[in-house]
Design a protein around this ligand. Structure first.
Ligand code: HEC
Length: 288
């Protein structure tokens, strides 16, 4: 009888261990694709990165959890130098493709000015996951790669909140924003307010939402065939940006960061941009 019990226990322990090592090896063998303007440059398994870049550990302010965490990281610029050559600095944007459809693009200037790192494991005793307080406390896995910034060194980076911290990164692409997302540009002759709204939209919204089919695949299309400015009452459109959970209980859309400077004006400019885009609807994938 007793033997039976031990046997069961041992089998259960082995089961859990193979389950865990399965997860760990899935992380190691994850493949990252590197592209330059749509052309594949290189694909690397996560465990191959160790051969071309130097790992270290980094303590950051974890904006998704609003506390400090420590990760094992590779320096982003060193990785880009190795994969793309030093010429990557002449590109305009780096687009990050994530498993969950999130697709932020970050200006090269920011990656040159500040120290970004790719986290690939935890270095505190927490699992390589986080609880996203900005998205209804959703629990998310961070691997294969998670972009973090040395934000304890730079207050302005902490002001950016979690906007430029994509997790589950599986693709990295050098791009020019206008070439890659031609259907997002405001109509010709648009006002200064609309142009500003476009800048904010790129910074705060496009990683999740699409306009005319272009942008991130994590949230609903906002312009085609009917624009949100046409079916939402203006008061509610503003509230979606200001306080989404005040409209939909359990929504995973984060509010426009409370730290955003000139927040009221930013919201007005965002709405001006969305209105302007309703005059240039394009069938997703149709030629510009
Ligand atoms: C992290 C991803 C994410 C970001 C960033 C984000 N949203 Fe959303 N948004 C969502 C999701 C998901 C929904 C769907 C909400 C739901 O079903 O609860 C949504 C819904 C909306 C809606 C309602 C659409 C409808 O038809 O009901 C509007 C309007 C909207 N977002 C605008 C914006 C604007 C403007 C920004 C930038 C300031 C933005 N969102 C940033 C994820 C995001």
């Amino acid at each position: 009888m007793k033997n039976f019990w031990y046997c069961g226990l041992i089998i259960a322990v082995i089961g859990v261990m193979t389950g865990l090592s399965g997860l760990v090896s899935a992380q190691h063998s994850a493949v990252i694709e590197f592209k330059n303007k749509g052309e594949m440059v290189r694909t690397l398994r996560l465990d191959e990165l160790d051969k071309i870049v130097t790992a270290s550990s980094l303590k950051v302010f974890e904006a998704h959890e609003k506390r400090a965490r420590i990760y094992q990281v590779y320096p982003a610029r060193q990785l880009f130098d190795q994969v793309f050559g030093k010429g990557w600095r002449a590109a305009e944007e780096v687009v990050f493709l994530c498993e969950d459809g999130y697709q932020p693009s970050i200006p090269v200037a920011k990656l040159v000015a500040y120290d970004a790192y790719f986290a690939f494991a935890s270095a505190d005793d927490l699992p390589f996951t986080l609880t996203n307080v900005l998205q209804n406390n959703e629990m998310v896995k961070l691997g294969p790669l998670y972009l973090v910034w040395d934000n304890l060194k730079a207050a302005e980076l902490r002001e950016h909140g979690a906007v430029d911290m994509p997790y589950q990164v599986v693709g990295i692409e050098l791009a020019s924003f206008a070439d890659r997302f031609p259907h997002l540009s405001p109509p010709v002759g648009a006002s200064q307010e609309v142009q500003q709204g476009f800048v904010h939209f790129r910074k705060h919204c496009i990683a999740c939402h699409t306009i005319n089919g272009q942008g991130g695949g994590k949230a609903p299309e906002l312009n085609y065939p009917v624009s949100v400015t046409e079916y939402l009452q203006p008061e509610y459109l503003k509230r979606w940006i200001d306080d989404p959970a005040g409209i939909r209980y359990n929504t995973t859309m984060p509010a426009l960061a409370a730290e955003t400077p000139e927040r009221e004006q930013v919201m007005a400019e965002l709405i001006a941009y969305l209105k302007a885009m309703s005059t240039v609807k394009r069938l997703p994938d149709a030629a510009p």
